[in-house]
Design a binder for this molecule. Sequence first.
Ligand code: COA
Ligand code: MG
Length: 275
Amino acid sequence: MLAHIRSLLYVPARKPEMLRKIGRLGADFYIVDLEDGIGPEHKNSARQIVADVHAEGALPAEGWALRINAERSAWIDADLELTSAVNPPAVVLPKAEDPQEVARRAATLQNDALLLMLETAAGVGRARELAAHPSVRGLVYGSADLRRSLGARPDASRAWERHAMSEILLAARMHGCAAIDAVTFQFRDLDALADDAKIARDLGFDGKSCIHPAQLETVHRVFSSSEEELAWARRVHEAWEREEGERRGVIVVDGEMIEALHVDVARRILERAPR
Ligand code: COA
Ligand code: MG
């Protein structure tokens, strides 16, 4: 469900028109938000908007998730009621910290696809245990909450958060989950967005969270393979076939030693061709 997700767009359940655009704004995946994108006085109306747009049949069958409020919040019961009425393709649990709580929640939800937001010291610290539940398909990093949780000061090189990002990535890869980077909040600054996205991509993340449709093109470009990478991957594949790499174990392409593992890398590059 979350394979090859480059972008994940938050759509706050603030206006029905916004929710009706889900599936048509060009994002690879959408999160309908009831949590921090919706102020306390708008929580009830947000739920009603989701229920109404769902009743219209305007929400697609796939490609989106509902982000409910945190377990210990005042809104969780009403959010769960809405979740069982709407039965979204996936549910996002914010501020995930407790593996037992995740297991309990997974058991009560109808669908078995969960995305966890890892965005607190406790959540990042227990990332591997949290990702181990079979319903968890993706880990979404939340930098604003983590910054608050750690008391860190952000910097352009993302030094303050790289350790946490790598913890999340390791947990995701250990358990076959997608790993999605946090939002870049200066949504009109596409250069800053590209810089942030490249850091996440180079660490191994699959994609990035977005808050505005204008961010999607940049994020898709960064998380797609470049022409140079694609040309290398094609040369490796062709040579592997031609020179019977499978049988020989090792071949040489352009002065570079190639083993089966490099062919896997090449396959991943080809899977991420621009689309
Ligand atoms: N999802 C869907 N549509 C969106 C959107 C989003 N996240 N962000 C903007 N749009 C739409 C607007 O509705 C508007 O549509 P219209 O032309 O049909 O009226 C169009 O894109 C242009 O919007 P713009 O005027 O550039 O943005 P804005 O200044 O009104 O809003 C934000 C900026 C950041 C407030 C808004 O993008 C937003 O609410 N983003 C999501 C925030 C969120 O979910 N936060 C929680 C997770 S961190
Ligand atoms: Mg958050």
